[in-house]
Design a protein around this ligand. Structure first.
Ligand code: HEC
Length: 177
């Protein structure tokens, strides 16, 4: 009995210490929020794993089109060049200098897109990712426009610089939105 009581007191004490430490970190500014300062390995792992699990779970019910037409991919290319390439780069095109200063850095989708299913890319583009700088595009773009972006991003892994340059450049409507 005495063992159980001291166990409970110990557990409550531990929770209190963790909570107090958390509040001290939050209110004293102990954690450096500067983007110029890398996250500690543990924090980076926690954010990245949370992001992957959250996207996988929430994208589960989304039904992607069975295939993407060439017109759709071309429309997505023009939008990608207008709205995404300055952060995510493209074959033969580097991201903007200022995007190098983002934390987390926007990944090169030429490689990173291969890790995601089309429905997950759709979810990410539609909803964005909190506290990362990845915007949510669903408020300003309809599903057809979003799927065209997915169609293009899906093609990025393995795309050559020549192929990328050959896709249409942004038209006025995609630049202003
Ligand atoms: C202002 C910069 C910015 C813009 C513009 C932007 N993104 Fe992102 N994006 C990010 C950042 C930062 C991440 C990384 C988020 C993370 O790791 O938590 C990200 C992550 C992603 C991912 C997940 C990749 C991975 O493996 O982490 C996809 C897919 C993506 N963006 C697609 C797009 C598309 C498509 C567009 C254009 C419609 C776009 N993004 C525009 C900053 C941006």
């Amino acid at each position: 009995m005495r063992l159980i009581v001291s166990g409970i007191i110990g557990g409550v004490g531990l929770v209190a210490i963790v909570a107090v430490t958390g509040f001290v970190i939050v209110y004293t500014g102990a954690y450096n929020v500067a983007a110029s300062d890398e996250h500690a390995d543990f924090i980076r792992w926690a954010f990245s794993t949370t992001m992957h699990s959250s996207v996988e779970r929430r994208a589960d019910g989304i039904a992607a089109p069975e295939s993407f037409s060439d017109d759709m991919i071309a429309a997505g290319a023009s939008r990608y060049k207008a709205m995404c390439a300055h952060c995510h780069a493209g074959p033969g095109v580097e991201r903007a200098d200022w995007a190098e200063g983002m934390r987390p850095q926007p990944p090169h989708l030429i490689e990173a897109a291969a890790e995601w299913e089309a429905r997950e890319i759709y979810w990410i583009v539609a909803n964005g990712i909190k506290m990362s700088g990845m915007p949510a595009f669903a408020a300003s773009h309809d599903p057809e426009e979003l799927w065209s972006l997915v169609a293009f991003v899906d093609r990025l892994p393995g795309m050559t610089a020549e192929d990328y340059a050959g896709y249409p450049d942004p038209d006025e409507s995609s630049q202003t939105r």
